[in-house]
Design a protein around this ligand. Structure first.
Ligand SMILES: [Zn+2]
Length: 696
């Protein structure tokens, strides 16, 4: 956004860049012209346009058919999609107090706009009638899927309810929208409020690259010359892994796990209680015993029991492995002459020591070889070798922050395919985590529309002209988000609502997690992992140790993830009244599953944005693991072919998974790619937990 725009008087509608045709290259959003005050008037206009389009479909006197109802719905809301995509990109990746204030208003307005559409009885009547006689409509496979998805979406939103129930649903949705926004603002608030300055005495164990990043973080917050730890995961995790000062590790760990739970204005406990009660009420209105039953009906897993089955199968061997690792770390502490019990803030630190002792490998040794720019190249190169697409950086595309880079993506024939925006560095205006989103989705309903795909990460910047160096986890995250990016960029469907990542939540992590596998292949690392100073390739023995070390500490990683997934499931299967005291509920659940005291949830409830910032992952956090069953199995297809870029396998992967979006049933798409159902043990094998599973 232009820094001077807010000084100008309120723009007239015709001057609002969100409402004009975009004259930028490839009609990308003109971020340099967009200011916060443009959003509310643009949303007003977009809501009005969309409502008029919906009214025209609803009141069309012609007999409902696929074209005048389903296709017409797909064509509606173009302006709204456009404004929404730009707005939420800024809310997440580059917000400011003005944007966050507008976000509060927009979330409620959005609910108020969508409620009457999703519960429009006349419109639903048309959709239901078409759905009823769908077999006789002569539809293509994609059209059939679209009709089924549209019907399901309206039905599940409550379009078939009586008026009183609909009115209550509308109130609930509006309130939930407000609460979700509040939840994420609270977490962001606690993250922005906190930092810990690192004096000279506080830096034992910390790498030069960590200090450089800590200085960059300080500078970003107006404390040039100092070095700070922040509550961004990319600051906290390396600190906990390497800081020798136990007291400081405890301080950082406590602040990190207390986000949203500090009894201050950002406290999320009451927000959670209200969200859970409203979700339960909504599920009951819609005829489901629990919110989890409601949500999972529309997923690959289908039922809470199926989810619990998967999580419990993984939990036992993971816990056994974690307890064995804990004992080994406690022995290490004793051997060093330490006289204390391993605590949560010690785990990452001693796990690193143990890894050095056992596998003679630590993250710090490999970091100088994982230069951000080279890892981006590696991600691109794998996509070129698998799918034939190429990347060329463009400097003429407007961006929302100077750090953002843009590449033009072309297909095998050299035709324009997509734009890829990469926003890699952490900054205070960005929420934590890493994600993929889009400014425009692929579709070809009325001519080809090329997607504008975004990856946002929170990597530490290199300081003083040094390149940014990634940890192995960061490098994996880069490939993960790029895998989602490919799902958006390679999408080749007709209808916008089936585009790219518009698939079940428990399928959406397959393209991303599968892509991580290429990052850890020797052939890829040999080519792209080069020392940032000398340009030397990763030495052979370090490479081998790196790959072997991948399976290290998987008990911990699996325990912290699965416990979070189980708590998510329990929040949404038990009566909401059971979790009125969120902390007590959390503790009771941890006791129930035998959570090792030395491991914390990956996301404690008050910071669990996946499930409380919105409903996308609510009772869906297990999805990562559900997808992992498939990705661990799917990469096996390349291994069996004897070539990690095997062209025939890559073509099936493209056709059945990456390009088909939501146009097919996911199970059917997977079986088409693999020739069979996924084999569940692949997940345990990949995590090195198969032996513990057999022993458990
Ligand atoms: Zn993901």
């Amino acid at each position: 956004m232009s820094p001077t725009a807010s000084d100008s008087p309120l723009p007239q509608a015709q001057a609002n860049p969100l409402l004009k045709a975009w004259q930028t290259p490839l009609e990308t959003p003109p971020f340099h012209e967009i200011a916060p005050e443009h959003f509310l008037p643009a949303f007003e206009q977009a809501f009005a346009d969309h409502s008029a389009e919906i009214a025209a479909i609803t009141h069309d006197p012609a007999t409902p058919d696929f074209a005048n109802t389903i296709t017409a719905l797909e064509r509606s809301g173009k302006l709204l999609s456009k404004v929404t995509a730009v707005f939420y990109d800024l809310v997440s990746a580059h917000s400011n107090p003005a944007i966050l204030e507008i976000d509060k208003e927009v979330s409620i307005r959005m609910a108020r706009h969508w409620n009457p559409i999703m519960m429009n009885a006349v419109l639903f009547g048309r959709i239901a009638m078409l759905h009823e006689k769908r077999a006789a409509l002569g539809l293509t496979g994609e059209q059939m899927r679209l009709l089924e998805r549209t019907y399901t979406r309206f039905h599940r939103a409550g379009a078939g309810l009586d008026e009183a129930a609909k009115a209550r649903m509308a109130e609930i949705n509006e309130r939930l929208a407000h609460l979700g926004t509040t939840f994420s603002h609270h977490v962001l608030g606690d993250e922005q409020d906190w930092f810990m300055e690192l004096g000279e005495d506080d830096r034992a164990g910390l790498s030069d690259s960590f200090i450089a990043a800590a200085k960059a973080d300080a500078e970003e917050r107006g404390m040039a010359g100092k070095a700070i730890v922040t509550l961004s995961r990319s600051s906290v995790e390396p600190f906990l892994k390497t800081a020798a000062r136990r007291d400081l590790r405890e301080k950082v760990f406590r602040a990190f796990t207390a986000r949203g739970d500090n009894g201050n204005a950002n406290d999320n406990n009451a927000v959670i209680v209200e969200i859970l009660a409203l979700r339960e009420e909504a599920a009951k209105i819609l005829g489901f015993p629990t919110y989890a039953a409601y949500r999972l009906e529309d997923s690959m897993a289908k039922t809470p029991e199926a989810v619990r089955g998967l999580l419990e199968r993984v939990w036992k061997p993971a816990r056994a492995q974690a307890l064995a690792d804990r004992d080994a770390m406690q022995a290490l502490i004793a051997a060093e002459g330490g006289n204390f019990a391993l605590a949560s803030w010690d785990w990452r630190y001693y796990a690193e020591k143990l890894r050095q002792a056992k596998a003679n490998f630590d993250d710090a040794a490999i970091k100088p070889y994982l230069v951000l720019d080279h890892m981006i190249e590696a991600a691109f190169d794998c996509a070129t070798r698998l799918f034939g697409i190429t990347f060329e950086e463009r400097k003429d595309i407007p961006v929302w922050h100077p750090d953002v880079r843009v590449w033009e993506v072309r297909d095998r024939e050299g035709q324009h395919k997509a734009l890829f925006y990469g926003d890699y560095y952490a900054r205070p205006s960005k929420r934590s985590g890493a994600w993929m989103t889009s400014l425009r989705d692929q579709q070809k309903l009325d001519g080809r529309v090329a997607p504008l795909v975004i990856n946002v990460c929170n990597f530490a910047r290199g300081a003083g002209g040094e390149p940014s160096l990634l940890s192995p986890d960061d490098a994996r995250t880069l490939f993960h988000e790029f895998g989602h990016g490919l799902h958006g960029m390679l999408s080749d469907v007709t209808y916008p609502s089936l585009s790219g990542t518009s698939v079940f939540t428990d399928f959406v992590e397959l393209p991303s997690q599968l892509y991580e596998h290429w990052q850890e292949q020797p052939a890829v690392l040999q080519k792209f992992a080069r020392h940032y100073q000398t340009g030397e390739p990763l030495p052979e023995d370090l490479l081998e140790r790196f790959i072997a070390a991948r399976k290290f500490n998987q008990g911990f990683a699996t325990v912290e993830f699965v416990s979070s997934a189980l708590i998510d499931l329990e929040f949404h299967t038990q009566p909401a009244a059971a979790s009125r005291d969120v902390r007590a509920f959390e503790q009771a659940e941890l006791d129930k599953i035998g959570m090792p005291a030395e491991i914390a949830l990956r996301h404690r409830p008050t910071q669990f944005g996946h499930i409380f910032s919105g409903d996308h992952y609510a009772s869906g956090y297990y999805s990562y693991m559900w997808s992992e069953v498939m990705d661990a199995d799917a990469f096996g297809a390349f291994e069996e072919a004897g070539d990690i870029f095997d062209p025939a396998t890559a073509k099936r992967l493209h056709d059945d998974i990456y390009s088909s979006g939501g146009s097919r049933d996911p199970e059917e798409a997977y079986v088409a790619f693999r020739g069979r159902e996924p084999e569940p043990d692949a997940l345990l094998r990949r995590r090195g937990l198969l032996e513990s599973a057999e022993a458990a």
